[in-house]
Design a protein around this ligand. Structure first.
Ligand code: F6P
Length: 320
């Protein structure tokens, strides 16, 4: 093996650049060249591929976004495009591929491996919704962005005796809401994995008021409903001087945390070592603090991401 290709696909996430850097540097230290594929699978099919030299990698470990850009390209589900992609890789003398992204990106890596081109997936998404890993690259950073914003909103909530309803991202998963909610002392955390009781939430806010706490915070995952819709529902159950805030894409931006940088570096290096052993079709991750590699097919078809619902119980105990 002489050359490894790297691409990022799906929504960008903090730490993707750290993963790109780790793959390239680890490849270089094993005597291989690293090639970056711009614009995900679309760029792969178009042959938008270039050498990742030291200049390109310099300083990127601390940068948000992805220097390789990202694009949606559903056409890659078709065999015709997969073969075109492999032809491009071969044209550039690339022997194996690392894909950084979500479950859609994993499907592409799996199909390439089935056509005989070894490819490995690194979980890169803020949502933490990929099976086969306890955490994804970008999750920790996005939680920290959310916490920083909610702390600021809490200042105004306190000054003006208001209740803020803050909507965080996560697609269908409540992980960001759970972590950000616990870290900011939310009165209630509303996630898709657990049915909420609006009357119980209103009762809790009223009880807080009786006990002298006249401001409130509800963190809601986007997979349940918008903050605005939840506010309208809550307003039917009392006057909390509520305000709805949607954090949106700010959660995907900014510098990755140290945790995401280290995690991305470990996974990038692990991917190179596995490819050097001639392996492909694997999804990388971490389980109980240990790096793991699982078969993409089995991971996507037979496993589901499990949101840690004990965190919801934890919040109920500390915020009863
Ligand atoms: O998957 C990352 C994510 O930010 C989700 O949390 C969110 O639902 C979605 O992407 C937003 O997609 P877009 O960037 O296309 O608006």
């Amino acid at each position: 093996m002489k050359r490894i290709g790297i691409l990022t696909s799906g929504g960008d996430a903090q730490g993707m650049n750290a993963a790109i850097r780790a793959v390239a540097r680890s490849a270089n230290s094993a005597g291989l060249e690293a090639y970056g594929i711009n614009y995900g699978y679309k760029g792969l099919v178009e042959g938008n591929i270039e050498l990742l030299d030291l200049d390109r990698l310099d300083g990127i470990i601390k940068r948000g976004g992805t220097i390789l850009y990202s694009a949606r390209f559903p056409e890659f589900a078709e065999k015709e495009y997969q073969i075109k992609g492999i032809d491009q890789l071969k044209k550039f003398g690339i022997d194996a591929l690392v894909v950084i992204g979500g479950d859609g990106s994993y499907h592409g890596a799996e199909r390439l491996t089935q056509h005989g081109f070894n490819s490995i997936g690194i979980p890169g998404t803020i949502d933490n919704d990929i099976p086969g890993t306890d955490f994804t690259v970008g999750f920790d950073s996005s939680v920290n962005v959310a916490v920083d914003s909610i702390d600021k909103l809490n200042d105004t909530a306190t000054s003006h005796q208001r209740t803020f309803i803050v909507e965080v991202m996560g697609r269908g998963a409540g992980d960001i809401a759970l972590w950000a909610g616990i870290a900011t002392g939310a009165d209630a955390i509303v996630i898709p994995e657990h049915k909420y009781d609006i009357q119980a939430i209103a009762d809790k806010l009223n009880k807080n008021r009786e006990n002298g706490k006249d401001h409130g915070l509800i963190v809601i995952a986007e997979g349940v409903m918008s903050a605005q819709n939840f506010k309208e529902e809550l307003d039917q159950h009392g006057d909390f001087d509520s305000r709805a805030v949607t954090l949106a894409h700010v959660q995907r931006g900014g510098q990755p945390t140290a945790k995401d940088r280290v995690f991305a570096t470990q996974l990038g290096d692990y991917a190179v070592r596995l490819l050097l052993e001639g392996k492909g079709g694997l999804a990388l991750g971490v389980h109980n603090n240990k790096l793991i590699a699982t078969e993409i097919i089995d991971t996507l078809e037979n496993h589901k991401h499990q949101t840690d619902l004990s965190l919801l119980e934890l919040n109920d105990r500390v915020r009863f």
